[in-house]
Design a protein around this ligand. Structure first.
Ligand code: PHB
Length: 554
């Protein structure tokens, strides 16, 4: 079997008698899909997990029912919805909500990538990336796990390691000298002496910062500073500036960028000090009822203990970082015994940490889908939903964004019928004469609506600015736009907005058809509700995926 990057069980500890086997298997399936970049065929999943095909089928059917994977023929895909598990960890941690904006501002100021990472046993795991788009070196994703000794944050976290931590680190290096269990980094070519890392840890304790001088790959350099909890003094995360030797040598990073990183970290620590008490997030409810109903409906294909177990992770969130068994049971609606067995299973898998009576999520929860999914774009999120829509209404559907006075196509699912306009992705059309353009213009405050010259493209095109302004107000009130033969004779189209978490229309979704195929009334009665339903599904995915990452709209 291949390397096992996210060990399904903490090395060498026996599976507790009360652990829930289907939950262990479901987590293994999610890990393998994550390592594979988000998709595998059912047979590849069978090989990667060592599970029987019938088990893989039932586990994936259950995950599909939960909306965590999508099945397409023989292939399984992770879906944006799965990010709600990592979101539960990041919300409970609260650091992204408090610090991401400072990291982003520093990246803008320095024009270099800035990241935030937390300690994850003998590794570091990213919780935020403010990445500059540059082709030079690999860039890491939220949720990626790196071996501590090959990073700049590693020596900072290792300052707080106990003797058992050092032992675990040595054991891992002996077992995996090439870092095969860290799929995010290139394999190590030379072993690297243990003393090098120990020296770096000693230096970090003296200096209060640490460097990575091309320990991951040639050219990649980074400098890190610890961010401390102002009350306890403990290191809560590390902030790093990452560059390339073509712009900065490691020494150069230290001399020129480190002072500004330190200033930013001081501001972050001030923010932590000033942060108001956490407000408790509403916990999910009715989950147990839902799993029961799904069992009724799907029978043997639905593994209820897996579904119930996964809901336990979503009990955590902002202001809900440390929960008792009673609180987990209350939040999920599960029986105490069921919740307890799930927590025991998660503790065994290293996804939950127990101290006294309290349970907390660990950074490893981000390994359930976050690295590949945090790079999702809106067109990727919308694609499968648009394919379903096109199949239901037997017409073409497109997604577009506003670009100046034009709309630009970002995704499209065409049915057999061909329009005379060529609508490849990237195609621009004048916003004022299209349904998607009107939806997007209508969402803008009046003074920001730049229309460009209003030309008559057909005999129906509205070209009077006052008339168009009145139409846009109607569109805004109605929540959809219908454009009838104004762009092209015989072409009718209806569009609705796709809104981000803040309510802004970031894209528009339409269905376009030959005017002869549907009357305007049919279009509103039959097509519009399907279009709205699709937009709502896309928005739900976008809101989960966009909670802690910026999802590009094109
Ligand atoms: C990164 O954020 O990509 C990063 C941070 C620290 C390193 C290397 C890379 O040592």
């Amino acid at each position: 079997m291949s390397a096992n990057p996210e060990p399904d069980a903490v090395a060498s500890s026996a599976v507790p008698a009360e652990a829930v086997t289907p939950l262990i298997r479901g987590v293994a399936v999610l890990h393998r899909l994550t390592e594979a970049g988000g998709t595998l065929s059912l047979s590849a999943l069978e090989r990667a997990t060592g599970l029987a095909r019938s088990t893989v089928d039932r586990v994936t059917a259950t995950l599909a029912r939960m909306g965590y994977v999508r099945l397409d023929g023989r292939d399984v895909f992770l879906t944006p919805r799965l990010m709600e598990l990592g979101n539960a960890y990041l919300a409970a941690l609260r650091l992204p909500a408090l610090l991401d904006a400072r990291a982003d501002a520093l990246a803008d100021e320095l024009d270099e990538s800035v990241s935030l990472a937390v300690a994850d046993r003998d590794g570091i795991r990213f919780i935020h990336q403010a990445t500059r788009r540059r082709a030079m070196s690999l860039s890491f994703r939220i949720g990626d796990l790196l071996p501590a000794e090959r990073t700049a944050p590693g020596p900072l976290f290792a300052m707080e390691w106990t003797e058992p931590d050092w032992q675990a680190w040595r054991k891992r290096r002996t077992a995996d000298p090439q870092d095969r269990s860290f799929p995010a980094v290139p394999p190590r070519e030379e072993p690297g002496a243990a003393q090098d890392f120990e020296r770096r840890v000693t230096a970090a304790a003296q200096d209060g910062w640490a460097l990575d001088d091309q320990l991951i790959e040639p050219g990649l350099v980074a400098v890190s500073v610890p961010v401390r909890d102002p009350r306890a003094g403990r290191i809560v995360c590390a902030a790093s500036v990452v560059s390339h030797t073509s712009r900065h040598t490691a020494a150069d990073l230290r001399d020129t960028l480190l002072p500004r990183l330190r200033t930013a970290v001081r501001a972050m620590e001030d923010d932590l000090r000033a942060a108001p008490p956490r407000k408790g997030e509403a916990s999910p409810s009715g989950l147990a009822t839902w799993t029961g109903a799904s069992k009724q409906e799907l029978g043997r294909e639905f593994v209820e203990s897996l579904a119930r177990g996964l809901t336990v992770l979503t009990a955590f969130g902002e202001g809900r970082s440390a929960l008792t068994l009673t609180e987990v049971a209350q939040a999920t609606g599960l029986a105490r015994a069921t919740a307890r067995r799930a927590l025991i299973t998660y503790e065994h898998l290293g996804l939950v940490r127990a101290t006294d009576r309290f349970f907390e999520l660990t950074p490893r929860v981000l390994g359930l889908g976050f690295p590949p999914l945090s790079r999702t774009t809106l067109p990727e999120i919308a694609g499968p939903r648009m394919a379903e829509l096109a199949a239901r209404v037997h017409e073409s559907t497109s997604l577009s964004v506003l670009s100046g006075t034009d709309i630009q196509y970002t995704a499209r699912v065409a049915t057999g019928r061909v329009m005379s306009v060529n609508l490849a992705i990237g195609t621009r059309l004048p916003a004022y004469a299209t349904s998607m353009g009107r939806v997007l213009l209508a969402d803008l405050p009046e003074p920001d609506r730049t229309l460009g010259p209003l030309r008559p493209l057909t005999s129906h095109t509205i070209t009077d600015p006052a008339a168009l302004a009145a139409v846009l107000d109607e569109v805004r009130a109605a929540g959809h736009a219908l454009v009838d033969e104004e762009l092209e004779e015989g072409l009718r189209s209806v569009a609705v907005p796709v809104r981000d978490r803040t309510g802004r229309a970031v894209a528009a979704l339409n269905v376009a058809m030959h005017a002869a195929r549907h009357s305007v009334e049919e279009c509103v009665r039959d097509i519009l509700p399907e279009l709205r339903r699709t937009a709502a599904l896309v928005e739900a995915d976008l809101h989960v995926a966009g909670r802690f990452t910026r999802i590009p709209v094109s």
